[in-house]
Design a protein around this ligand. Sequence first.
Ligand code: ADE
Ligand code: ZN
Length: 335
Amino acid sequence: MSMHDFIQALPKAELHLHIEGTLEPELMFALAQRNGVELPYHSVEALRAAYDFGNLQDFLDLYYQGMSVLQTEQDYYDLTMAYLQKSRAQNVLHTEIFFDPQGHTERGIEFSTVFNGIHQALKDGRHELGISSRLIMCFLRHLEESDAMATLQQAMPYKEHIIGVGLDSSELGHPPAKFKNVYALAREAGFLPVAHAGEEGPAEYVASALDDLQIVRIDHGNRCLDDPALVKRIASEQIPLTVCPLSNLKLCVVTDMRQHPLRQMLNSGLLVTLNSDDPAYFGGYVNENYIAVQQALNLSRTELADLARNSFTASFLSREDRREMLAKIDQAVAG
Ligand code: ADE
Ligand code: ZN
């Protein structure tokens, strides 16, 4: 079996995926037409050519612009269903999806419109595709904490369908402590706390996300490697990292995939998972991320299978469901 086929055959979970980041240029143009939105690009090719980012902010500017075509419940449904179909085709059996309510409510779209479209697609995905899922609501960190508070209030009626809260958008200059109060309220309401930390921001932001926000999973986390004591702590507590290799390359967090710190993370005993972040913008879904690091770092099949195991171990699935998925990996590895 080729390495490619081996990766395809591995059952996998995805734990770091922004649903708005799955908006492929073709769908963006189709929705722009459907909703009468004018895009500043005249073709799919011209849009794709603009996906050349020097840093996180360059990407975010296009990401927020792109999501302006999302307006109706049907748009959110179509976006989510397209992602689920792609994931299922890659043998992703479980996915934990971020959404950015403020990216929509800021434009006058109702929270309920966004939620209902995504939620209905997740339900249908479960029944029609057999893919299980969880939903995580992110706060935009470039906005004020009071704005996040208002968003948390809007989410309360849906809380049984939203498993956690996250923190994303521009990291530098917006440390985790800015959101200490809203995270305390969210935890009290039963949301599991996660946060982007150490993508562009320093190791101190990762420590602060753990201490001030009490997160149970770290999104990215790359820069924790600058602080050996912090790495030791994260490894000994087995707090998972959701690492996104193609994202790291496209946003210049690493300059070359061969320089990616994945192996260093694994050697340090960190519970690392592989994820696609914003696949429509970064050039690949989950399998392309596995393939990219396998080739650049010459990962063995054992290491790839361990990464797939980690993806379920680090998930918010029940213990029983996790055990079932890990058994499926053993079966796939045994051929
Ligand atoms: N929003 C969508 N993708 C993101 C990323 N990689 N980092 C921060 N915010 C994001
Ligand atoms: Zn992300």
